[in-house]
Ligand binder design. Structure first.
Ligand code: A3P
Length: 307
């Protein structure tokens, strides 16, 4: 199934036809989740692959054997992709780990009667735009992204593949009260304190780790380990589908790269749209890399607040 130029419109959102069909999308909405399932949810480029790796390592108490021998899409397959059922059947992960980019207004009903553990991963949207733009250049199953200003506007309008970032984040994070098994983790949290993020996820998954096991997880899901691991860096995907001469999936792995791409004007118009669309949302993002001194000040403020 190539269908590299096909786009599937589903409930007003476009999905790449190379990976999705109307049937696979429809089936996803009716998926019978089991209480023991772990569901990783994200808008693209928010740190999905990173969380897949973290969950995989935690479930294996830090043992990297599976992570180094089985591709991430087989360990934690995508619910809405056409090969999902076949891959899930042979997936080595116990409990089952499933990944999705679907928004809450579409997938919420399928989760209603289960206590599936949902991990929602979000990232500073300015960094998401930049990462997604670069990904469009290498991923031949996504529409051509000609100019950054055009792409930037499409992001704000919510017309890119997988829909609106704003609706996605609001939809899922507003569920923290309704879905008692939902953990929200940010890319920035993982970046600033990977050790702490792993402990938070392992505790949510009720999979306690001893300190050595946490340290092994940290080691194997660092950016440099993952960049060199063929099971997660997508180099196993043929060139005609992902053109590795045009970029790497594990590109920079940094907070605040948007500063190298957005103009001051784009930054201001982004802030304006963000303010109006997210006014009913209490989330706080780390918008840029802090230097040592700033980090120290904010850590002190957190310590004071907690004591
Ligand atoms: P960049 O393009 O900014 O480098 P997703 O998996 O949701 O598609 O997200 C991909 C982004 O997560 C890419 O961002 C990628 O480099 C980053 N990423 C993946 N693993 C990471 C890790 N271990 N540490 C930091 N960033 C990571």
């Amino acid at each position: 199934m190539a269908r590299l130029d096909v786009t599937e419109m589903f409930h007003g959102i476009s999905f790449p036809g190379h990976l999705h069909t109307q049937d696979s999308l429809q089936l996803a909405l009716k998926f019978p989740f089991q209480d023991s399932d772990i569901l990783i949810v994200s808008y693209p480029k928010s740190g999905t692959t990173w969380m897949q790796e973290i969950v995989s390592l935690i479930s294996n108490k830090g043992d990297p054997h599976l992570a180094q021998n089985v591709p991430n899409w087989a360990r934690s397959p995508w619910l809405e992709q056409y090969y999902f059922a076949a891959v899930l059947e042979t997936s080595p992960s116990t409990p089952r780990v499933i990944t999705t980019h679907l928004p809450h207004h579409l997938l919420g009903p399928a989760l209603h009667d289960s206590t599936t553990k949902v991990i929602y991963v979000s990232r500073n949207p300015k960094d998401v735009i930049v990462s997604f733009y670069h990904f469009h250049k290498m991923a031949n199953f996504l529409p051509e992204a000609d100019s950054f200003p055009e792409f930037f506007n499409q992001f704000l309008e919510g017309t890119l593949s997988y829909g609106s970032w704003f609706d996605h984040v609001k939809g899922w994070t507003n569920q923290t009260a309704a879905l008692d098994k939902l953990l929200h983790v940010t890319y920035e949290e993982m970046s600033l304190d990977l050790h702490g993020a792993i402990k938070k996820v392992s505790s949510f998954l009720e999979c306690p780790l001893v300190e050595d096991e946490v340290n092994t997880c940290v080691k194997h899901c660092s950016f440099s380990s993952m960049k060199h691991n063929n099971m997660v860096n997508y180099t196993l995907i043929p060139q005609e589908i992902m053109d590795h001469s045009k970029g790497s999936f594990m590109r920079k792995g940094k907070i605040g790269d948007w500063k190298n791409m957005l103009t001051e004007e784009q930054n201001q118009s982004f802030d304006k749209v963000y303010k109006s669309k997210m006014q009913d949302c209490t989330l706080e993002f780390v918008w840029e890399e802090q230097n040592e001194e700033e980090r120290h000040v904010s850590e002190q403020a957190t310590i004071k607040k907690d004591s």
